[in-house]
Design a protein around this ligand. Sequence first.
Ligand code: B1M
Length: 218
Amino acid sequence: MDKRLIEIRTALMKGAAPAVRELVSACLDKGIPPDRILEEGMVSAMAIIGERFKRDEIYMPEVMIAARAMNAGLEVLEPALVQSGAKPRGKVLLASVRADLHDIGKNMVAMMFRGAGYSVVDLGVDVHEDLILEAIAEHEPDVVGLSSLLTTTLPNMKKTVETLEKADLRGRVIIMVGGAPVTPEFAEGIGADGYAPDSASAVERAAELLAARGQGLA
Ligand code: B1M
């Protein structure tokens, strides 16, 4: 692997947010493709952090500072992935479901959508289903994307889909779900319109679903 990407991975695992910012910026200046910086330098670091956390080799504070460094790197990387001046291809509302504080995956999904020319409204983490309803009324998105990283918050994902169903919004918005514990079977079981295993395929799946509704601008 490129030495500079290894440096990003090391800095990210140490939680050195300013160093991650600088290194990502330097890699972009050197012309290293943003998707390589993301996957090889950053996502690989979070995977190692996750393994170490599982084996009790590191604890919550270390995971939190690594996550903060990851999000710092994502901020620097995002403009490089976003097409300038492109007409929005649709509007996407994103949220980590109620009681779920994980946001790295959701932030990557947001970044990929922005990079593909969608406008994104990101409601953040621990978002109550009622707040999602209010946000739909305010922003009128084409797609609502829900993220969950905990088996204990999967029921809240289901509850959110039920809430949108009760509010009669099923025909108006496409509901997409994702996150590590979410499976295609779970997604189908709770009545989501779409599932994606990663951020890049989330964009592809949304485009397919929008096209199927005659809304795609691709
Ligand atoms: Co937590 N955590 N965590 N954690 N954490 C996991 C998820 C866990 C698997 C770790 C473990 O035990 N090995 C475990 C869950 C176990 C389970 O439920 N089965 C766990 C736990 C238990 C917890 C706490 C309960 C720990 C505790 O308090 N004892 C606690 C819960 C807090 C809460 O949410 N209420 C907790 C807290 C935290 C931190 C706050 C410290 C931090 C989050 C910081 C942050 O996000 N800002 C954290 C982290 C960082 C992790 C790990 C290490 C990394 C998660 C991550 O960012 N992955 C994680 C272990 C792991 O995953 N290996 C772990 C990288 C990210 C790029 O992947 O989010 O999967 P991911 O996103 C992917 C896809 O899933 C997909 O695209 C993304 C990119 O390709 N995707 C979508 C995501 N959303 C999508 C939406 C879509 C489509 C695709 O459509 C809309």
